[in-house]
Write a protein that binds this ligand. Structure first.
Ligand SMILES: Cc1cc2nc3c(=O)[nH]c(=O)nc-3n(C[C@H](O)[C@H](O)[C@H](O)COP(=O)(O)OP(=O)(O)OC[C@H]3O[C@@H](n4cnc5c(N)ncnc54)[C@H](O)[C@@H]3O)c2cc1C
Length: 389
């Protein structure tokens, strides 16, 4: 394993380039977007033009064909600078489903246009209001007719749907009662949203405690061409599972970036803020929580590296990707709490960006998978305990 994780390769040049771009989007930019719950389109467009969002797309389709370690470095750095990759991170991992399972025609049609920024693939439709984490029970159906599918149902928490050209949708194509395993009979579709909205698809935004452009989707006899099916009908759940390790690793990297942001903010503040005649950081009660957050972040970052190294080597990495996501999300949340406490009352003031990042990083305890479900996976699949869900 030590040979697999290259601790000397920190992607320093890539990180510096990302930081340079992010420096043009300081706290004021994000605060204004947050207040208005507005999409950071300028930031996303610039990241796209710079090629960062296409880093995992192979060169033959116009991307830079880098590995997941590079993608993780990009997202980590975005978050460490106080920016938010939540506006666009999905493109990196949803694209993988099209790349691995799409037809040659779908890849040729979409991947170069996603790489160039002509099309955004930012929306990923899995979660439903009545079934939540129990994905195989989802109720949205895509019924095959002679020359199209008809989609009916509802999705919730589908982020960026209003700012994306394409939606990757998971729907049931064979009724549950007719399949042997509950994971069978689900299919993935790549849908062009401009044809769908107003023709059977309604998008309704959900206002949340963070600026995440998340929505509800209502499908009412939406007709989609047969050519929107990705891979084989009925295998969609496996395709989505396939992409989940990448998703977990990339979200974990964002959490590491958040933790770094909080630790740096808290350290600087603790050195500067003088109360009772000395910097507050001279008190162990203030200093030790910062040091603890740093140690937790470093430990979680190692697990992210291990998961990314296994992924890049094409080796199984389910447990590592899940542990990386859980540990990094915990490290970022603990660092957020520590940072707010270190700032005292000023932690609540918008202009410090602590409260905004505090709200933003809380999401990763719940999405894209909640901590309990990761613990359930580890209990059952790694430790051999009885299935708990
Ligand atoms: C801002 C935001 C953006 C999102 N973006 C997307 C998106 O783009 N696309 C998409 O498809 N989804 C998205 N999601 C959905 C997200 O993936 C789900 O919210 C998440 O998977 C949890 O599902 P749920 O909300 O239905 O919670 P539930 O499944 O209802 O779970 C509720 C609570 O119960 C716990 N729980 C449930 N079952 C068990 C069990 N058996 N054992 C122990 N604990 C259990 C969970 O851990 C959780 O804490 C987003 C969510 C949010 C909030």
């Amino acid at each position: 394993m030590s040979a697999l994780i290259d601790l000397d390769n920190n992607h320093d040049d890539l990180r510096a380039a990302v930081r340079a771009l992010c420096s043009k989007y300081p706290g004021e930019y994000w605060r204004a977007k947050d207040r208005a719950r507005a999409y950071p389109g300028e930031f996303v467009d610039e990241l796209t033009r710079a090629g960062f969002l296409a880093c995992l797309i192979p060169e033959e389709f116009g991307g830079s064909g880098l590995g997941i370690g590079s993608a993780a470095a990009i997202l980590e750095e975005i978050h460490a600078t106080g920016c938010n990759g939540g506006a666009c991170h999905a493109q990196m991992y949803t694209m993988g489903t099209v790349l691995r399972h799409g037809s040659p025609e779908q890849k040729k049609t979409y991947l170069p246009r996603i790489a160039s920024g002509e099309l955004r693939l930012q929306a990923f439709g899995v979660t439903e209001p009545t079934t939540g984490s129990d994905t195989t029970q989802l109720r949205t159906t895509a019924e095959k007719r002679s020359n199209h599918y008809v989609v009916n149902g509802q999705k919730v928490w589908i982020s960026r749907a209003e700012h994306s050209d394409l939606l990757l949708l998971l729907a049931r194509t064979t009724p549950k009662e007719q399949v042997k395993k509950r994971t069978d009979g689900l299919s993935v579709f790549l849908i062009e949203l401009k044809h769908a909205v107003g023709n059977g698809l309604t998008i309704r935004p959900i206002r949340t405690m963070i600026n995440h452009a998340t929505t509800e989707l209502f499908f009412d006899n939406l007709e989609i061409p047969l050519s929107t099916l990705v891979g084989e009908e009925g295998s969609g759940f496996h395709y989505i599972l396939d992409g989940m390790n990448a998703e977990r690793i990339l979200i974990a990297a964002e959490c590491i970036g958040d933790a770094r942001f909080f630790i740096e903010k808290a350290t600087n503040y603790a050195k500067e803020r003088v109360v009772f005649g000395k910097p507050i950081g001279a008190n162990q009660g203030v200093q030790f929580p910062i040091a603890r957050a740093y140690a937790e972040m470093q430990a979680a970052a190692l697990m992210v590296r291990k998961a990314a190294a296994l992924f890049e080597a094409g080796r199984p990495c389910g447990p590592e990707a899940n542990m990386a996501k859980m540990l990094a999300a915990e490290a970022s949340w603990h660092a957020a709490d520590m940072c707010l406490q270190t700032h005292g009352g000023f932690g609540f003031a918008e202009e410090y960006d602590v409260e905004r990042k505090f709200r933003e990083t809380r999401l990763y305890q719940v999405a894209p998978i909640s901590t309990n479900l990761i613990l359930g996976y580890l209990g059952q699949h790694v430790l051999g305990l009885p299935r708990s869900y």
